[in-house]
Design a protein around this ligand. Structure first.
Ligand code: UD9
Length: 379
């Protein structure tokens, strides 16, 4: 039997690692979890939700707010935990500092590393430092699990040997569909925050727009522009209601509040600015919304599996597959462009339906089964 150490530290990593953890365990493998504490706030609730209690918990102090200090602290802490766990395989997901350092520690200790969601690239300096993290993990890993043909091509282009690459889809689709099934059959009440719940009880069945904006490149003026576009949409479309779970950063919140306070009371009434949603609530709203306006990578992927159109508030994306398949438009942060495209989705039924894809380009919900097949066969 092989022992795996799944290393993670942020919300998206937990969400995307959970089905791999579950599947390997169901097959009788030993899987332990190392939580690095990189984003601690939202992590514990997610671990509970996925029944994935960390075996090793790190506490990082981040006294000096630089990437070098974060990396050094992670390196020392993760190395100690990996030495205790003595796994046969290290699992990392995505492109965070925790994933990069997990891959480095595995490599330094001659423990093979499996990289889930390998091969995503913008080919640009942004996102910083994630784009480089992804490339560096690609140099260190022994198994690469890209989600799509495009991600596979990126890895081949960088000289990764073909026999190390296994295209499996994105594990986030497994998670989103699992949560949707669970809500349908076991837990119909997703436990929305009371403010959001009251808001929806008052307004539904109006058409719902779900907005999120968290990326560093959108902080400041771009977020103010997104907020003004949302305000304009509320002015123009009287049957529209908006739920916007806000990023915890106080400056980001201030910008959103300032833009939204300028709205008329009637429009402000149809807008719910709320705390980050717990995961099942997020999936529930995504499944019920008309479409989503977002800069989040994970939400683009999940929306495609739930057949919801996406307007992406970025200039470029490492998930071009959804744009190419016709399920998303890249609208940037120019309010005129956002309002024009959103209004088309609200007014034009045929266009709307054409953006509801029958199959997500990111996967079919079986990615973690494929990963488990490959890992258990090859190790
Ligand atoms: C700079 C950059 O490129 N960063 C990216 C970013 O990834 P992302 O864009 O996918 O991140 P988010 O949008 O934060 O998370 C998404 C997940 O969270 C769920 N969610 C969302 C809102 C909410 O209220 N409740 C929730 O449950 C949602 O359904 C989804 O599954 O951060 C990662 C780690 O820092 C990076 O690795 C990754 O490169």
């Amino acid at each position: 039997m092989t022992s795996y150490l799944a290393c993670m530290g942020t919300r998206p990593e937990i969400i995307k690692m959970a089905p791999v953890y579950r599947t390997l365990k169901e097959r009788g493998q030993t899987v332990r979890v190392l939580h690095t504490g990189q984003h601690d706030g939202m992590a514990q609730a997610l671990y509970r939700f996925f029944d994935m209690t960390p075996d090793y918990n790190m506490h990082i102090e981040r006294k000096v707010p630089t990437l070098s200090h974060l990396t050094a602290e992670l390196m020392q802490g993760m190395d100690e935990q990996v030495a205790r766990a003595q796994p046969d395989v290290v699992l990392v997901q995505g492109d965070t500092a925790s994933a990069l350092v997990g891959a480095m520690v595995g490599y330094f200790r001659h423990i093979p590393v499996a990289h889930i969601e390998a091969g995503l690239r913008t080919g640009l300096p942004e996102p910083f430092p994630e784009e480089k993290n992804r490339e560096l993990i690609g140099r260190l890993a022994s198994w690469h699990f890209p989600p799509t043909p495009k991600a596979t091509a990126n890895l081949l282009h960088e000289g990764i040997p073909a026999h190390q690459i296994h295209e499996v889809g994105n594990t986030v689709i497994d998670t989103a569909l699992w949560v949707k099934r669970r809500m349908l059959h076991e837990q119909p009440d997703p436990g929305l925050a009371p403010d959001a719940l009251q808001f929806l009880a008052k307004h539904l069945p109006a058409r719902l727009l779900l907005v999120t904006a968290h990326r560093r490149e959108n902080w400041g003026q771009p977020i103010r522009l997104i907020a003004s576009a949302v305000g304009e949409l509320l002015k123009r479309h009287h049957d529209l209601v908006v739920v916007w779970p806000m990023h915890p950063n106080p400056d980001v919140r201030q910008d959103i509040h300032t833009a939204c306070n300028a709205l008329s009371a009637e429009c402000r009434n149809r807008l719910c600015l709320t705390e980050p949603l717990n995961y099942p609530s997020l999936i529930s709203l995504l499944a019920h919304c008309h479409f989503t306006l977002t800069d989040s990578g994970g939400i683009q992927e999940e929306a495609s599996a739930l057949r919801r159109p996406v307007l992406i508030t970025r200039e470029s994306t490492e998930r071009q597959e959804l744009v190419d398949a016709g399920g998303a438009w890249l609208v940037g942060t120019d309010p005129d462009c956002i309002v024009e495209h959103a209004s088309k989705l609200l007014n034009d039924k045929a266009t709307y339906q054409s953006m509801q894809l029958s199959q997500s380009p990111f996967g079919d919900g079986q990615s973690s089964q494929r990963i488990a097949d490959i890992l258990t066969r090859m190790h």
